[in-house]
Design a protein around this ligand. Sequence first.
Ligand code: BTN
Length: 248
Amino acid sequence: MTENNSKFNIIYYDSVDSTNNIAKALANGGAREGTVVVAKRQTAGRGRLGRQFYSEEGGLYLSVILRPEILAENAVQITAAAAVAVAKACEEVSGKKAFIKWVNDIYIDSKKVSGILCEGVINPENKTLSYAILGIGINVENKTDFPLEIRDIATTLFEGTASEEVYKKLTFSILENFFKEYRALAHKTYLKEYRKRSILIGKEVTFEQNGDIHTARVIGIDDAARLILSENGNTIKLGAGEVSVKLK
Ligand code: BTN
């Protein structure tokens, strides 16, 4: 089914390999910004750093085609603005407080409820983005048990089941919240809310870099959405895409 309004062109599927793949193919074919691919299930859902993303029925899997006029190095702003939009939307529909774990995870009750993966294609001539695919996956309801590996660290928005209406509300809330921030991306208005919802600021974390395990305290998030940490009196900055940070 396709839903068309002046802002979004939403294409619904029951099952796909990855909504990011479908959106990419559409973008390569010239699809406009605001084209959205939504699926009930993915057979090859992708996460950050080459990981799989659990994508059985009971989740909302969506990808948005963006044609931003920004340098590729600033693409992290899209992910951060999306994290704010998803956290707000999850909260709106479930009534549960949603937090952000830098850079792209949404947490409820100390467990991951959603992940975001923004994939871009770079124009080699000027290093801007030809287009970007913003992929968002949310565990909405308990239709099937999570696999053992993630059972203790993942959660759903609802303990029981959720109606079609909930999925619709969630989809539109994400899109409305996101595009509000996206239109003003250069002003970085999302950063205040991003920092407010961060579960890492002030906490001790571990991360691996070049084979070494580091333990450091998170001091903040800078304007480029990098994580600022203090390790033995030294200040370190981590960019998205470099590492995965774990709470101690
Ligand atoms: C992560 O947690 O590392 C990011 C997960 C991103 C998952 C979404 S689901 C919709 C879109 N399609 C994909 O294959 N991945 C993203």
